[in-house]
Design a binder for this molecule. Structure first.
Ligand code: UT7
Length: 323
């Protein structure tokens, strides 16, 4: 017997404002055709003036609690994966804790940029397996629109805002890959690649800064590393791409998603794709895709799900779970 962190509920929130690719044609030398063909993105949601990451995270958490049939009082810990918290401190997670009316437990943020949700899931799993928490609310929430250089066509057309949330609960399993819950994790980072994806500002450099990316380089690393980390996580429990019901990838670029699935030997009809509607929402993209994938009727109880992501750091990893 072993303790597993099992999914109890999922939910998401997207800001009301939808920006179609064609809107960028007015202010930038770009086209719907270029954005669509190079990234697969067709539209994205952008936060309203004054709308913050913790507000979106709270809305996603509320939806996940409803889906689970739980209340905030049932939660022991909150982890928010974000690189765009409302304030330098306190954490977005403690703001969510307060907004939900949760008066016990603890809350903290995890910052691994676009891989943040995978790192947060791994942390939540560790808390549950070690007995430090019974129920953990894991949220990915971002307002990347606040760190865009709106004159840089190479980045600003790619990102969007949103939030997704998952509730994990301790349950007894057999200790086999047939168990529900998180089954395997593979995490990696390489700080030598800082300059290909970073924000040129921060607290100790005294500015907010803007996202800078060498797109081609990041693309190359993504295609090389994502299938490998996903396959490694599967191998750790004796599984392969053949066993996978759904890949739920970080949604940065449809070409990266497709190449990764190809390398893993998983057909595209077993991949949850939302990049066309959300753009790249960084740490929010996987929980958003999990929530949308469930709502579409794609992800069902008992399905083997592989999440994989890469982002600034570089930081990358994969989590295998049975829904
Ligand atoms: O979430 C974190 C991880 N991030 C990613 O995974 C993103 C990874 N990178 C990518 O998704 C792709 O590299 C991009 C979508 C960013 C770019 O696609 P690409 O096929 O690698 O294009 P490129 O960077 O090689 O650019 C090709 C051309 C360039 O023109 P020249 O130098 O060939 O004349 C760019 O200046 O496209 C130009 N370009 C654009 N043209 C129209 C760049 N952005 C745009 C644009 N509209 N928005």
């Amino acid at each position: 017997m072993s303790v597993r962190a099992v999914v109890k509920g999922v939910g998401h929130y997207l800001p009301e404002r939808i920006v179609e690719n064609s809107e960028f044609e007015e202010s930038l030398e770009t086209s719907d055709e270029w954005i669509r063909s190079r990234s697969g993105i067709e539209r994205r949601h952008l936060a309203a003036d004054g709308e913050t990451t913790s507000q979106m995270a709270t809305a996603a958490a509320t939806a996940a609690l409803k889906d689970a049939g739980l209340t905030a009082g049932d939660i022991d810990a909150i982890i928010v994966a974000t690189s765009t918290a409302d304030l330098t401190f306190p954490s977005a997670a403690t703001m969510v804790q307060h907004a939900l009316g949760m008066t016990k437990g603890y809350a903290f943020d995890v910052q691994a940029v676009c891989a943040g949700f995978v790192f947060a899931l791994s942390n939540a799993n560790a808390l549950i397996v070690s007995g430090q928490a019974k129920r953990v609310l894991v949220i990915g929430a971002e307002t990347f629109s606040r760190i865009m250089d709106w004159t840089d066509r190479g980045t600003c057309v790619l990102f969007g805002d949103g939030a997704g949330a998952l509730i994990l609960e301790a349950a007894e399993g057999e200790g086999t890959p047939s168990d529900r819950g998180i089954l395997s994790v593979d995490l990696n980072s390489d700080g030598s690649q800082r300059d290909i994806l970073y924000v040129d500002g921060g607290v100790s450099t005294q500015s907010t800064g803007h996202l800078r990316m060498q797109g081609k380089e990041v693309f190359r690393h993504a295609v090389e590393k994502l299938a490998r980390t996903a396959d490694t996580a599967l191998e750790k429990i004796g599984l392969t791409g053949d066993d996978v019901d759904w890949i739920v990838p970080h949604q940065a670029n449809l070409r990266i998603i497709t190449k990764t699935a190809q390398k893993m030997g998983v057909p595209m009809d077993r991949v949850v794709v939302t990049v066309q509607d959300h753009g790249n929402t960084s740490a929010a993209s996987i929980p958003l895709a999990l929530s949308v994938g469930k709502a579409r009727g794609q992800i069902k109880q008992g399905d083997l799900v592989v999440t994989e992501a890469i982002g600034g750091g570089l930081a990358w990893g994969a989590v295998v779970l049975r829904w």
